[in-house]
Every structure is written in structure tokens, then in C-alpha cells.
Design a protein around this ligand. Sequence first.
Ligand SMILES: Cc1ncc(C[n+]2csc(CCOP(=O)(O)OP(=O)(O)O)c2C)c(N)n1
Length: 550
Amino acid sequence: MPSVSAHVALTLAQHVDHVFGIMGNGNAYFLDALLERTDAVFTAVRHEAGGVVAADAFHRAGGGLAAATATYGAGFTNTLTALAEAVQAKIPLVLVVGDEPTSGPRSWDVDQIALAAAVGARTYTVGRMDAAATTVIAVEHALTYRVPTVLAIPYDVAALEAGEVPAVPEPALPGPLVVPGPFAEAAVAGLTDLLAGARRPLLLAGRGAWLAGAGEALGELAEATGALTATTALGRGLFPDDRFDLGVTGGFGAEGAMALVRDADVAVVFGASLNQFTMRFGELFAPGTRVVQVDVAPTASHAHVSGYVRGDAQHVATELVRALRERGVAPSGWRESVDAPSARRQEPGEELAEDGRLDPRSAARRLGELLPEDRVVVSDGGHFIGWANMYWPVASPDRMMMVGTAFQSIGLGFPSVPGAAMAKPDSTVVLSTGDGGGLMALADLETAVRVAAGRGIAVVWNDAAYGAEVHVYGRKGLSAAPMRIPEVDFAALATAVGALGVVVRELADLDVVAEWAARPVDERPYLLLDLRVSGSVVAPYQHEIIRVNR
Ligand SMILES: Cc1ncc(C[n+]2csc(CCOP(=O)(O)OP(=O)(O)O)c2C)c(N)n1
């Protein structure tokens, strides 16, 4: 007879095909049922945070809903940083954990429901009779609210026999937000007027527009209005025609491109929350630019927005295109009058900085030429975060993710690799990480090398420092010792777990990427590039942060 844990596993496997985690007392029966009785693929990670990160990255890379699993107590508390990140980044996933017995806590139990609630995650606890239904509710909650949910199996019910697994209804999910009625029609008509009269229109799109599937409709809107386009960091690659795209707005944007954004007379923002980084701390738009925001949130999210349309990005963009065509409005011609590819070009940098170490800009630029085009880029956090964002274009928003940035956590890079690799099984997964974050995530270097062998490349920006701290607090004269890291040989660490580790001291050393790429996939190992970069080259976005901190 199936156990309560089997009820959870079999029901979950109807909605999830990938599970990442580590086993222990609390989830042993769940994992046994999952592996022996379902088709779900289980990937072992080496730190519980990594299980949640991998499930999170799987979703961001377009793989759909995934699950993570950990045992109770220490297994669960190890997930908390990653869980907080998924809550704040609004990433749905289900974390299946063991929990204290229904008879009450043992000396080693902690209040897991309170801990999960403290980072914003809701817990559903299964009982002897309701495990299948409760599992579906946890799935439904995660997908409806775009959040992680915790599905807890009390220790004393985990192995209880529960009879045949009952059929339970499918999760009920909301459709796109289409606001009908005269107010909505008037808002779209007003925006049509504004775009029809715009001489220099700009469309700015974020991840919300991608989630709404609005890429194509926004491409048509750009064509109909002659608008230049730009995206947030999370919306990179959304617009289909990159000839007229200015790239990412904010500190990762090129100076020339950002100057053009300030020339716009009308800017329409789709599915972007306009955070301080996107908005260049208030400097993105010129005071005279009329900014209209289109989003599903109840209200506008930045003081520079003067008009708000509440609705699904794809729906509103499609309506605007229809209305403009109906009125016979001619495109503005602005986008053809400027050279967007030149405007978005970034500084090339020197080969070596004055201290004789690699200039990260030239290394990033060269890697941009060498990395396989089918890439998915996963990034840890730290000062280096600018280099991938500035120099490595990606084909669509699900091909660039920064697991950790919502919660401002470093150390979630290596476990992002297995999640992205599972979600995009034919792509090359490129990790961008610092030496500080890389060391923090080191447990899952082994996972990355094992799971992404043949199609994984790690780029370690090794400046022998917590660079972001040096640039902010070193500059203020604070004690430097906590900001330093001994120069770690990441190439050797990677080699120890089966990768090809290469120390890169000059640009020619990067040619190994082309040699690696030329080999058949099943004959090449995971490639780790240990870039010995200079800490003296400060990314432009960091200058912005330094300026604001001052
Ligand atoms: C979990 C966590 N610990 C500490 C910090 C503070 N912090 C932010 S950036 C950073 C330095 C990251 O160093 P590294 O990964 O080497 O990248 P770099 O800044 O040198 O490019 C630190 C320690 C953080 N954000 N998250």
C-alpha cells in the first residue's frame, strides 16, 4: 500500500518533472517513492540551498514548475536564503521537506512554519488522509501567486500507509489580466493618441512582458510606431528586432544608448517594475519625457510615471497595434534615423590593467565572441555582475538569470547551473561568478560539473577580493582585510571534481573556449575559466551606486 509520502510524490509528479535536493530522515520515503514509482527526474545537489536554487533556475530558464527537497531541521534551515530569493523574485516552486512529528517537537526540531513565514513562504502540511489534495493546493498556490510554497511531511506520518492514491482535481489557475469596460478602453485610446503623436517613441519592456508572452506583439508595436526599444536586465532579448534595440537600461546600459533614452518624448513601459537600477536612480528619463506604464500590478510603481494602464502586456500591445493600424497612423521614423547598434556598444577595455592582471572588459568582450550562441547565462552576484550583462547578449529573457539579486545574496551561482541545464537540455549553460560567491557556493561546483559536463562553462572573475566591498567600503577607508581573499586556484578546484580547469591570464588563453566548443559534446568535460582579473577596473553601474551612496 502507498505511504503518505508516496501520495505526495505521485501527486507532485503529475505537475513537476524535475526535483532537486538532498535526502535525509525527513524525506527518505518521499524520495524513494519519487524515484521508484514516478517518471520525475531527481538531481542530487550537495547543499540544500542548491536544491531550491536549481528549482528556481529551472523555472527562470523556461522549464516550468520544479520541486526541491530537504530533510527536516538543518536540511530545511539550509534552504532559507534560497527560499527568500525565490519569494522576492516571485519564482514558483514547491519545496518538499520533512517536519516535526504531529505529536510535537523533538529537541532538535525548530518551528519550520515560522521560519518559512519569516521569509515570506507559506507552508502546507500533509496529514494521513489528505496528502494528495494538499499537494495540489501547494502547487496551485505556487503557480497562482508566483511564489515558492513549502510542502511539509510530519515525521510520524511519512511512512504511514494511506491506501490508493486518490484522483484529485487539477490546480485552477488564473488567466491573463484583461480589464474590460469603458475605463480600460479609454486608457488604451488615450495611449493610442499619445503614441500616434509621438515623434521619438521608446518602448521599454521587462520580465513581466516576457511572462505575458508579449515579445511578438511588442515587436509589432515598435514597428507601427517607429519606436526604439530597450529592456530591463531581466527582459534582455525580448524584442525580436535588435537593429533598433538600445539594450539594457540602467547601469548596465551603454552611455550612447542611455543618451538616446533621454531623447524620447514618449516612453511606454511594459511589465517592468522600474526599480532603482533600471531607472538609473531617477536619471533614466529626461524630465520632459512622458512615461506611461502598462502592468498587471494595481498601481504605477515609479514617481516618473504619468499615465498607468492596468492590463496584460500582450493584450494591451495587441490592442494598441490594432488601434494604430485602424487609424492609419504612420511610424515616427525615429528608429531608422539613429544607429542603435553603435549606441549600445560598450567600452572595449585594454588587454591588461595597470597591475598586469586581465582587464575584465576586454575579457568579457572576447568571451562574448567565443561563447556558443545557444547559451543560457546564469549569474551569481557581486561587482562582476556587470560584465555578462554588458558584453554577452542573449537571445531571450529566459537565457539570462541572476538567482540571488532579488534578495541581494551572493553564493547561489554554481547550483543555478543544474537547474538551467535541465530546463534547456540542448543549450550551453554559462555561469558568471566571483571568487567570493564561487567559494560560498563551492559545494555545488561538483553538481555543476556532473550535470552540465559537455555543455557547461564557468567563468570565475577572480580578483582575489570581495570586489563590491572594496569599491564601496575600501573607498571609504574601512579596514581592508575582510575585503580580501587569498588568490584561490579555481582551475585546480574544478579539476579535482572532473572538470577542465584553465587559468586565464591573457586574452589568448581564452582560445580554449573555441577548442572546447569544437569537440563533440559527449567528449568534452565541464570547462571552468579561472580569470585572474584586475580589481582596479570598476564597472559603470558600480560608479552609479558609489555616487548614490555618497
Ligand atoms: C550571502 C551574502 N553574503 C555577503 C554579501 C555581501 N556582499 C555583496 S557583494 C560581495 C562581494 C562578492 O565578491 P565576489 O563574489 O568575489 O565578486 P566581486 O564583487 O569581487 O566581483 C559581498 C561579500 C551578500 N550580498 N550576500
